[in-house]
Design a protein around this ligand. Structure first.
Ligand code: HEM
Length: 136
């Protein structure tokens, strides 16, 4: 039954991925340029957590339809590794205890990880195919 809706779920997954990335860009610029505070910022953060939860839920549905076979694919393993790095860099970028320079660097590194996840998925190539020459 889920399989019938595979393409729809994939489109939703892609749409949520783009929305999640857009919200991350917005939240990062907001907190790094203007600092923390305000109910509007808290509201945007909550929407962002909700979008991320739905994005991962859609990912699990896609995997379930594909009987979890893609977990052995290099592009998906690279995507999961980049996801962990993205979360870690994101934590540093949003933590006020680090210097502003470190937070900006972490923010940019997180955005690069995000782009890596997006294009690795789109191209079905680990690290968006950038390491193809080095690995083969
Ligand atoms: C737990 C995390 C994730 C898992 C397990 C996962 C899994 C999957 C799976 C199984 C597909 C279907 C691939 C296919 O049809 O061949 C897919 C597609 C896709 N994912 Fe994810 N995903 C995750 C997170 C993300 C994130 C964070 C992004 C955004 C940066 C993303 C972007 C995409 C894109 C763009 C596609 C479409 C690929 C295509 O055009 O075929 N995914 N994902």
């Amino acid at each position: 039954m889920l399989a019938e809706h595979y393409l729809l779920i994939k489109q939703i997954h892609i749409g949520l991925a783009l929305l999640s990335g857009g919200l991350f860009v917005l939240r990062g610029l907001w907190v790094l340029l203007l600092g923390k505070g305000g109910n509007l910022q808290k509201g945007v953060n909550r929407i962002s957590y909700l979008v991320d939860t739905c994005l991962l839920l859609a990912a699990v549905l896609l995997l379930a339809v594909l009987s979890f076979v893609p977990l052995s694919a290099a592009w998906l393993q690279a995507k999961l590794l980049l996801l962990v790095l993205y979360v870690l860099f994101g934590v540093v970028a949003f933590r006020a205890q680090h210097s502003l320079a470190v937070r900006w660097l972490a923010y940019i590194a997180a955005l690069l990880c995000f782009a890596g996840m997006y294009y690795s998925a789109r191209l079905h190539q680990p690290f968006a195919g950038l390491l193809a020459g080095a690995v083969s």
